[in-house]
Design a binder for this molecule. Structure first.
Ligand code: PRP
Ligand code: MG
Length: 180
């Protein structure tokens, strides 16, 4: 374990098992369909790539960047898309992938934007879901783990840009963010 981590919430083995299960489920449900995984950078990069490889059907990949305006510690409620998809997604079945849903504002904003591009369907996939933090009632279609409202890092989740590459999801020691 890393010195800045208080406890491991989800182990590397648990993540691998769950990603495999989700990949198999999605492969069954989307068999025969033209599927595109849209990864919300940066957080979802790790999960989206692993999920794509856990799927046994052909999938395309796209990447988007959406950021909420604000000071970085609190959300402002306004989400801007800074990098849009490159290819035409009309008629495709979209799986919008993120590492975590918190307030739900990112998913809601990006989904609304993608709907204007006329995909055949859009569903949301999140590795972690902090249900208690939701501000808009959004429910993800596929969730890896429902987690408590704690400061978690790893497997794409960062604190000030660090810890994304930890292979597990852990709770950050409060002393780390007290330093800031
Ligand atoms: C984080 C996280 C989700 C989003 C969830 O991304 O990766 O994308 O916030 O929050 P919400 O449900 O309240 O909108 P962030 O904008 O911090 O960027 P990052 O992915 O580059 O870390
Ligand atoms: Mg993100």
């Amino acid at each position: 374990m890393h010195e800045d981590i208080k406890s491991v919430l989800i182990t590397e083995e648990q993540i691998k098992k769950r990603v495999q299960e989700m990949g198999e489920q999605l492969s069954k449900e989307y068999a025969g369909k033209r599927v595109i995984l849209i990864c919300l950078l940066k957080g979802a990069a790790f999960f989206a790539c692993d999920l794509s490889r856990a799927m046994s059907i052909p999938v395309r990949m796209e990447f988007m960047v959406a950021s909420s305006y604000g000071d970085g510690t609190t959300t402002s409620g306004s989400v801007a898309v800074r990098l849009d998809v490159k290819d035409d997604i009309a008629g495709m079945h979209v799986l919008l992938v993120d590492d975590i849903i918190d307030t739900g504002l990112t998913f809601a904003r990006v989904k609304t934007l993608l709907e204007t591009k006329k995909p055949a369907s859009i569903k949301t996939v999140a590795m972690c879901d902090k249900e208690d933090r939701r501000q808009n009632g959004l429910e993800a279609d596929y969730v890896g783990f429902t987690i408590p409202d704690e400061f978690v890092v790893g497997y794409g989740l960062d604190y000030a840009g660090d810890y994304r590459n930890l292979p597990f999801i852990g709770v950050l020691k409060p002393s780390v963010y007290a330093r800031a």
